[in-house]
Design a binder for this molecule. Structure first.
Ligand code: GAL
Ligand code: MG
Length: 980
């Protein structure tokens, strides 16, 4: 097909398009307008639905418009890759095509869409077709005449089609190209999809209609409106008319205004009438400002407890309905999240409308990412990141993208910050766009993280940026920022806590700093949802594909699955962690009093939450009740009496649960919003029974093993490995293969940068060599002393163990180990250990798990905010957290007791604070399989009893695991095992 090559011309971005404007839908009657439902507007004609569709692999294969035969139909809106055309490709920073701007590959997939529609054309009216999102660019024909061209995938394009429209049947043709010069600016980390993926509609307008208007509010109750036409304005509080005005620039007043915050999303309704048209704009009163480096909302400090959210669905791709968006927003509200960065492009125009109404702060990002320029052979942030940011050929395009975002959402209360884009590098083009934003809108803040990257060729001017923004910075670097008094700007993390797979760990490492520094306005977790493609079911599970599963030439494997929720929106344990870390109240014990800190910025917690308490002794509930919170202003700490008098023997905890007591947007009363658990008294809650058996043990030994027999058991000790080969109790084998020393784990996504060094260091193929084993019979049993050297083929010693095993007359086994790791000078130190412990394969009839430790969720040294110490009953099956990319999961931290049992037999463990894991799968299986639908059970219950595992961290895209979360070089461990 012959085309004007606008799609390779960064000077021609839009042809025949209207100037970008604030989003609104006109109505022709007041009641319909006030209903706020666009379906009630006779000025709105949806073009969604089935369209004729012709897909071609290349524009050179597309016939001329008049010759196209359509034998397929497609839904509008949708992404064509989700409908079986073209192929999916997940790629992060790299361009999925050769870099040759502004040109794109000749092999440029495209599709022609066709829709026929009857329209009664009315005199004196104008008709505008609106596209809210088309990836990557499109050409429009109306009744075979060219009507316009546009790009910027996630922005609205509006084209006046009045002259081309006729009364009766009309034909609309839209040619969509997969790539255009704009694709160089849309290199966001996502599956790359194409098509008309958002709504398409025609607006019928009066001649001389309003084009654009702009609202500003202030906390004293004034609302000013600037309009490009004279109009009449009426302001409503709910249904009550509170003010009126007429003109092009007017001022309206709300007496005693209810201010808007994410906690109190109070909206007023502005009705605008111009000619026969009505426009309704909901508006909240709020002011954002910065004072002494602190961001204020309505004059008060507040914090952004945020997430980054993509439009993403495993079935519908970029096409997101209001219901889907509402599902996300509902889960966010239920998890105490109050802020969203629209990474990395504007969402549908109604999305921010929902945020206004439901109460979310929005960092509204322009449709820009140019990350691929750092990924060429030899590229880097320092050297090549400014390639397009400073290329004046793209100056207009970058400004256009930023302007379209700002202009469309200018009347949104929730938008408190404009983001110039993501990872575009820094250069004159962004400085220019940033200056434009500051000039156009002084009422909001500006953000652009890439400004922290300075290239060798350009000295950055960041004067137009209000916040200093980073991603994945280490906690130490944040402290450094605040220690340097030259840093005057508020600090924000547009991305932190990379939530990939099992993680994030170490949430408080950041949240504590947000608390500590008033200038730290908050942070956004990367990211909200896992991106994957649903491919039907297999082996009883949803089959999700990720990068590489589509035979892509370049791809980034499972880096797209780094969300707080699974693709189907099931929360990850990481989301539960984040929720409780963001709980609205924090309790502490001060002497004999409980204190409650109000963690909200604008509400009195006593009006919103009931506090329920439960006291446990050794994990058993002994009483519960309610604590009445005294009134507590934002950030105030109040106190209440402890609801008990005397404690008996035992380990006591009080758990305080915060329950919403009135319905709030998207969260109903009765919902648990978080909890605190406070220890009241320490004790050893589970004791190994005394050795009452006086029947002495007998044993036979040879060079390699020792068989120990007691009243009802027979254990075989392997003198070459220093651990048990067989444990037989009551005539039944308790272990199905020899027990193992274990220092490896199935790498989590957060282990991705260290796992290869673990593998290279031999941790997955250790050879334990025991020597100097001594058998020492005593009155109570038998003591075995042995020295074990843990090593591997072609490795020196990694870990030296001095182990002491005691078998009591009653069969109880006691282990104590002294371990020395990394004692290998002058050689390079080995990478930190993933874990240290023992592994047993129990018969799979050992299905039931009872433990006293951090549960009920998987818990680790740096990931147990959602869990609390309790006595939990579960099953091996239930324990499994089914990550799409299989990995270490479902261990428990801080345990003092464990029992794994079949109906009749059990193995119990007692210790001071151990970790354990039970699974139907081996760590090797989890490590070797790419998808959860591929993993196979091993036929045993795999029991890992660990001294410790390394923490989880967020190193998949964040700092290294801090030393404090790693295993020490020297440690001691004691554990008791009892069979019955
Ligand atoms: C950031 C980027 C995100 C995402 C993340 C890694 O650098 O802004 O879009 O790629 O890294 O998951
Ligand atoms: Mg990127």
């Amino acid at each position: 097909m012959k085309l004007n090559r606008y799609f390779e011309d960064p000077d021609i971005l839009h042809v025949g398009c209207e100037e970008p404007r604030a989003y609104y839908i006109p109505y022709s009657d007041q009641t319909a307008a006030l209903s706020g439902d666009i379906k009630n507007s006779d000025r709105y004609t949806a073009l969604n639905g089935k369209w004729n569709f012709k897909y071609c692999k290349s524009i050179y294969k597309m016939p001329e418009l008049s010759d196209i035969e359509y034998d397929e139909k497609i839904d509008v809106p949708s992404c064509w890759q989700c409908k079986g055309y073209d192929t999916h490709n997940y790629v992060n920073t790299r361009y999925p095509f050769p870099y040759d701007p502004p040109y794109v590959p000749h092999e440029n997939p495209c599709a022609m869409y066709e829709k026929k529609l009857n329209i009664k054309k009315q005199n004196g009216k104008r008709y505008y077709i609106n596209f809210e999102g088309v990836d990557s660019c499109f050409y429009l024909w109306v009744n075979d005449s060219f009507a316009g061209y546009s790009q910027v995938s996630h922005s609205t394009s509006e084209i006046d089609i009045t002259p081309l429209l006729k009364s009766g049947k009309n034909k609309f043709n839209v040619l969509v190209l997969k790539w255009c010069d704009g694709s160089y600016l849309e290199d966001q980390d996502k599956f790359r999809m194409s098509g008309i993926f958002r709504d398409v509609y025609i607006l019928t307008r009066d001649e001389g209609h309003i084009k654009d208007f702009r609202i500003n509010t202030s906390t004293d109750g004034t609302i000013s409106v600037e309009c490009d036409k004279d109009a009449q304005f009426a302001l409503y509080d709910k249904n009550e008319l509170i003010d009126e005005a007429a003109g092009a620039r007017v001022m309206l007043t709300v007496p005693n205004p209810n201010l808007w915050t994410a906690e109190t999303p109070y909206l007023y309704t502005l009705l605008i009438k111009c000619g026969d048209e009505y426009i309704v704009q909901k508006i909240g009163l709020r002011e954002v400002s910065i004072e002494n480096g602190v961001v204020l909302l309505n004059g008060k400090k507040f914090k952004l407890k945020g997430v980054n959210r993509h439009d993403s669905d495993p079935v519908t791709g970029y096409t997101i309905s209001r219901q889907q968006a509402l599902k996300d927003l509902t889960i966010m509200k239920q998890h105490n999240i109050n802020a969203i960065r629209t990474s990395h492009y504007p969402n549908a125009p109604w999305f921010t409308e929902l945020c206004d109404e439901l109460g979310f702060y929005v960092c509204d990002e322009s449709d820009i990412e140019i990350h691929g320029v750092t990924s060429f052979y030899g590229g880097s942030q320092e050297e090549t990141f400014g390639l397009l940011a400073g290329d004046t050929r793209f100056k207009k395009a970058i400004l256009d993208r930023v302007r379209r975002n700002v202009k469309r959402d200018i009347n949104r209360t929730c938008v408190i910050m404009w983001s110039l884009g993501n990872e575009g590098g820094m250069g004159v083009n962004f400085e220019n766009a940033g200056r434009w934003v500051k000039e156009y809108d002084s009422t909001r803040l500006t953000h652009y993280e890439s400004a922290v990257w300075e290239t060798l060729v350009h000295k950055n001017d960041t004067s137009m940026l209000d916040v200093y923004s980073t991603m994945y910075a280490s906690p130490a670097s944040i402290v450094e920022y605040f220690n340097d008094k030259n840093n005057k700007k508020p600090y924000m993390m547009c991305e932190f806590l990379h939530a990939m797979g099992n993680g994030p760990g170490g949430i408080y490492d950041y949240l504590d700093l947000i608390d500590k520094y008033d200038g730290f306005v908050g942070a956004f977790v990367w990211e909200w949802c896992d991106h994957a493609i649903y491919m039907g079911r297999k082996n009883g599970k949803a089959q999700y594909f990720y990068g590489g599963d589509f035979n892509e030439v370049v791809h980034d494997v499972n880096f797209c699955m780094d969300g707080l929720v699974y693709p189907d929106r099931t929360p990850h344990t990481g989301l539960k962690e984040y929720k409780n870390a963001l709980r609205p109240i924090r309790a502490a014990l001060e002497g004999k009093k409980l204190t409650f800190e109000n963690r909200l910025d604008f509400s009195d917690i006593s009006e919103l939450y009931d506090v329920k308490y439960e006291i446990t002794r050794n994990g058993e509930k002994i009483c519960d009740g309610e604590i009445v919170l005294p009134p507590a202003a934002p950030h105030e700490t109040v106190s209440a009496e402890l609801p008990y008098d005397e404690l008996e023997q035992g380990e006591y905890f009080i758990k305080l649960t915060y329950i919403l007591k009135k319905d709030m947007p998207l969260v109903s009363s009765g919902t648990e919003m978080g909890f605190d658990q406070i220890k009241l008294q320490s004790a050893k809650p589970f004791n190994v029974p005394e050795n009452r058996c006086t029947v002495p043990l007998s044993y036979v030994e040879n060079e390699a093993s020792a068989t120990i027999s007691g009243e009802n058991f027979k254990y075989v000790f392997n003198k070459l490995t220093g651990i048990w080969d067989a444990l037989e109790f009551n005539g039944k084998s308790v272990i199905e293969k020899p027990m193992q020393w274990n220092i490896m784990r199935a790498g989590t996504d957060n282990d991705r940068n260290v796992i290869n060094s673990w593998i290279n260091a031999g941790y997955a193929r250790i050879i334990p060599i025991a020597r100097e084993t001594e058998m020492i019979p005593t009155e109570d049993g038998i003591k075995i002393k042995t020295n074990i050297n843990i090593t591997a083929v072609s490795m020196r010693s990694m870990l030296k163990l001095k182990a002491k095993w005691v078998v009591r007359n009653d069969g109880v086994i006691k282990l104590s180990v002294k371990a020395v790791f990394n004692d290998n000078k002058p050689y390079k130190p080995l990478p930190f250990l993933p874990r240290f412990g023992i592994r047993a394969f129990l018969p799979d009839t050992y299905k039931n798990v009872r433990y006293y430790g951090y549960g009920p969720y998987e818990s680790y040294s740096d990931k147990h905010i959602a869990s609390y110490i309790g006595l939990f009953d579960s099953t091996v099956k239930e324990q499994f957290e089914d990550y799409i990319k299989p990995q270490e999961n479902s261990s428990h931290y801080g345990c003092k007791y464990l029992s794994v049992s079949s109906g009749s037999a059990s193995i119990e463990a007692f210790g001071k604070s151990f970790m354990f894991n039970t699974s139907e799968y081996t760590q090797e299986e989890l490590m070797n399989k790419k998808h959860n639908f591929e993993i196979e059970k091993c036929g045993s219950t795999v029991l890992c009893l660990d001294y410790k595992q390394a923490g989880i961290g967020s190193n998949s895209c964040g700092p290294h695991l801090p030393a404090s979360e790693q295993l020490e070089n020297k440690f001691k461990w004691k554990l008791t095992i009892k069979l019955s």
